[in-house]
Design a protein around this ligand. Structure first.
Ligand SMILES: Cc1ncc(COP(=O)(O)O)c(C=O)c1O
Length: 450
């Protein structure tokens, strides 16, 4: 649908007059008015179409307006729109069962939230009460949400304006071979260096003070960092050795994004808690949650869990989760996501890396990839500086604008372009998006040191 002329300017005027936008200087933004979307495409009020290579905020894993998902929400709306969290309800129970059946290990219980930040807030509360300890270790180069504790868990500059906050959030370096904090040259060395470092942090913080280690199994916004073999198993072992709760933040990496139900499945590691959101129902209705292991549930069998949300397990959101999981099964979406990664995106990005000197590294899996841009391949100088803003960030803004002019919508972070299309994107559409990136990277090459 294209909006009629008379409602076009109204949508923009209402937004600019009344909507306060996330993360933005309100006077400096010019949001696109989106009028509609279907599959891997969305369009503005004038009818200009964009291929959605970011799945909005890396959450629309099944693409836009999937007819079965829309129908499930409509059907649920006609049946029962809302019901308080203290009741049992068919779709809430079914969503919890379907998630528990797909979660690794004995994560058989689900506490529902409205999104990812609340999931992490509750994961931390569960871990603290279960262990009787208070510290939480998280990685630099991570994002865990923007509520009181989840922003303190976050290991990127978005945390800084919210400091000082509650004490007890400690950051450590995870593996990142391309810019190794441990001077590693191989994946094996990186695993060993990162685990030694984490063991040191645990020792210096005091193992008996640490409730949880929270990590994104594949780091999302901060770089699409795929852990080297042995790293997650090593973190699991450290958690077991010191009685620390292992929390996998799968808000971005879960539900097909990495070609599995959960990214940890790649490495056969079962955490004690998994926080999820986004892809659980492609964000058609807000939903997140924590999958909880049996032994942590045991802590709360006789003792009340001191947390809750009016909309915990909202029927519309849960009906969307049930439909989404069924669509994943019926349309073999995990297989499709894996195949897009191995057969199309991976090889396509490798070709771009060969052709364009501005590409330092491409990395990722399934439908979760990053192109890391540099000024100089030998020094690996970042294409724009860490946390660049204003004129420093202009070279990246130029690339975003060039993509947009060509009808490609990408998410960028610092010196990276992320390639994160819906898991249901067609091969032709993915190739089309990559061909646009090929043109745009030529602009980046012009800034590379010769
Ligand atoms: C890994 C991770 N955790 C948590 C969050 C926060 O989720 P929400 O925005 O739904 O609160 C995000 C959002 O991008 C995320 O990527």
């Amino acid at each position: 649908m294209i909006l009629p002329d008379d409602s076009r300017s109204q949508a923009k005027a209402d937004d600019r007059t009344h909507v306060f936008h996330s993360w933005s200087a309100q006077g400096l933004i010019d949001p696109l008015v989106v009028a509609g979307a279907e599959g891997s495409w969305f369009w503005d009020e004038g009818g200009t179409r964009y291929l959605d290579f970011s799945s909005q905020l890396m959450n629309v894993n099944l693409g836009h307006q999937h007819p079965r998902l829309v129908a499930a929400i409509q059907e649920q709306a006609g049946r029962l729109c809302t019901i308080a969290p203290f009741h049992a309800n068919d779709v809430r129970g079914e969503a919890a069962r379907l998630i528990a059946e797909r979660a690794p290990g004995d994560l058989d219980h689900v506490f529902f939230t409205n999104g990812g930040a609340e999931a992490n807030e509750n994961a931390v509360r569960l871990a603290r009460l279960h262990t009787g300890r208070h510290k939480v270790l998280t990685m630099y180069r991570s994002y865990h949400g923007s509520t009181a504790n989840s922003i303190l868990m976050t290991g990127d500059p978005r945390r800084w304006p919210s400091e000082p906050g509650a004490a007890g959030f400690v950051h450590f370096f995870g593996p990142y071979l391309y810019r190794s904090a441990f001077h590693s040259t191989t994946e094996g060395e990186e695993t060993e260096g990162a685990l030694d470092h984490l063991a040191d942090v645990i020792m210096f913080e005091g193992p008996d003070t640490i409730a949880a280690i929270v990590l994104e199994p594949v780091v999302g916004t901060n770089g699409i960092l795929v852990p080297p073999p042995g790293y997650l198993a090593g973190v699991r072992e450290l958690c077991d050795r010191f009685g620390i709760v292992m929390v996998a933040d799968e808000v971005m990496s879960g539900f097909g994004r990495c070609g599995e139900w959960f990214a940890v499945d790649h490495w056969d590691v079962a955490p004690d808690l998994i926080s999820f959101a986004k892809g659980v129902n492609s964000g058609y209705v807000p939903l997140g949650g924590v999958a909880i292991s049996e032994r942590i549930v045991d802590t709360f069998r006789e003792r009340p869990y001191p947390g809750g949300l009016t909309y915990s397990g909202h029927p519309l959101a849960c009906a969307a989760a049930v439909a989404s999981i069924n669509i994943f099964e019926d349309e073999a979406v995990l297989d499709r996501a894996r195949a897009l990664g191995t057969d199309v995106i991976g090889p396509g990005l490798a070709e771009l890396a060969e052709r364009h000197p501005s590409v330092g590294e491409v990395r990722g899996l399934a439908c979760f990839w990053a192109i890391e841009l540099v000024r100089d391949r030998s020094t690996r100088e970042m294409y724009v500086p860490f946390n660049a803003t204003g004129p420093d960030a202009a070279p990246m803004a130029e690339l975003v604008a060039a993509c947009r002019e060509r009808g490609l919508w990408v998410f960028t972070h610092f010196n990276r372009i992320h390639v994160v299309p819906p898991c249901t994107t067609s091969v032709d559409d993915v190739r089309h998006g990559l061909s646009i990136l090929d043109e745009v990277l030529a602009l980046a090459d012009a800034r590379v040191a010769t």
